[in-house]
Design a protein around this ligand. Structure first.
Ligand code: PMP
Length: 362
């Protein structure tokens, strides 16, 4: 009997699933979440609204009230807004409606691994352009590629996961005018960088901006993301999402979070202040190099091999991300900015581990 798995697309069989081993630790700084929970006032108001709903009924086919709030929140139009089950779903929907065999997608590497994964599953091909040695987008190299060969779509993650670097609006504007394909900007971390490409949507009909409630908005467990683009493109990407992709529980909490953003803003400001403090203190540890970041995480290079450092920190109840398998990052780990006392513990633990590993000659 033939192996049923042979019916799976070869490009799919060739890749590993996108997953994370289930390590646990008290200090969890491996997934760039907001270390402060969603404020109780938002949870309570959402619970009040949910108690009045029929849970036996489907959500609306188009979550109009959420789209209106998202659009007002982002400064864009509701008919140019699409909500998703996390921004992951919208990355997938965008690529599903654009990419097939023969499509070519340009990525600046290292970046979020899901883009390459989904392009591959859809039968497309990725074209990698390396970031510069100091981890900035290399617009010159990107320009050479788009002028020299056919590229259908470019994805920028800005701020970029895992490097923390950002593109500037003038760079994207210029590229968007020159390039005849689509430009997708994943702004999962934009709140920490104080910049956004949303203001370019009016000028660039080929621009798609993706955002999430999983980071600054402190709702990773509820899976809400949104996409902003021209109404024409939104209508097409919508066809790549499932009906009722967003349950009404998550919709309701997201609506309240938009209405009461001032309650979340304090934690975003605190994360930015902690980022500055953490960066400053980590750079004083002998042998540690820290990559400046515009997001709520940063890359560290130390004299200790990333795997050993990961294990030594885990033994001290601190969970970081070993990113050494990414291009350019064989000597790096990534840490998210945690609560102030968590950051203190990370600083102390790193100094201790590096001291003991380097004097042990490892
Ligand atoms: N984009 C980037 C750059 C991310 O880092 C992540 C989460 N790690 C996502 C998208 C996915 O976010 P969501 O939880 O909204 O699916």
């Amino acid at each position: 009997m033939p192996n049923p798995v042979d019916k799976i697309k070869p490009a799919v069989r060739a890749i590993k699933a996108y997953t994370l081993p289930p390590y646990r630790a008290s200090i969890k700084i491996n997934q760039n979440e907001n270390p402060w929970d969603l404020p109780d006032e938002i949870k309570e108001e959402a619970s009040r609204r949910l108690a009045h709903r029929h849970w036996s009924r489907y959500p609306d086919f188009v979550p109009t009230s959420l789209l209106e709030r998202l659009a007002a929140f982002a400064g864009w139009k509701p008919e140019g807004t699409l909500a998703g089950n996390g921004s992951n779903e919208l990355i997938q929907a965008t690529l599903m409606v654009c990419i097939g065999p023969g499509s070519r997608v340009l990525l600046s590497e290292p970046t979020f691994t899901l883009y390459r994964q989904i392009v591959t599953v859809m039968g497309g091909e990725t074209v990698a352009v390396s970031l510069t040695p100091d981890f900035q987008f290399d617009f010159e190299a990107i320009r050479r590629r788009i002028n020299g060969e056919r590229i259908d779509l470019i994805i920028f993650c800005s701020p970029n996961n895992p490097t923390g670097s950002s593109a500037r609006a003038d760079q994207i504007r210029q590229l968007g005018q020159e390039f005849d394909g689509l430009i997708v900007i994943d702004e999962a971390y934009h709140e920490f960088s104080d910049q956004s490409m949303v203001s370019l949507l009016n000028e660039l009909p080929n621009l798609i901006v993706l955002r999430t409630f999983s980071k600054a908005m402190a709702m990773a467990g509820l899976r809400v993301g949104y996409l902003l683009s021209s109404p024409d493109l939104v209508r097409e990407v919508h066809k790549g999402t499932l009906p009722y992709n967003l349950n009404f529980f998550s919709q309701t909490v997201a609506e309240v979070a938009c209405e009461r953003y001032e309650l979340l803003e304090a934690s975003v400001d605190a994360i930015k202040a902690e980022r500055t403090r953490l960066y400053g203190e980590l750079t004083t540890i002998k042998g540690v190099e820290v990559v400046p970041s515009t997001a709520n995480f940063m890359l560290l290079r130390t004299p200790v091999a990333p795997r050993l450092l990961f294990e030594d920190l885990l033994a001290r109840d601190i969970l970081v991300r070993d990113v050494s398998s990414y291009p350019m990052l064989s000597e790096y780990i990534r840490v998210s900015v945690g609560l102030p006392n968590e950051n203190d513990q990370l600083i102390a633990a790193l100094a201790e581990v590096i001291q003991s590993r380097t004097t042990a000659g490892v």
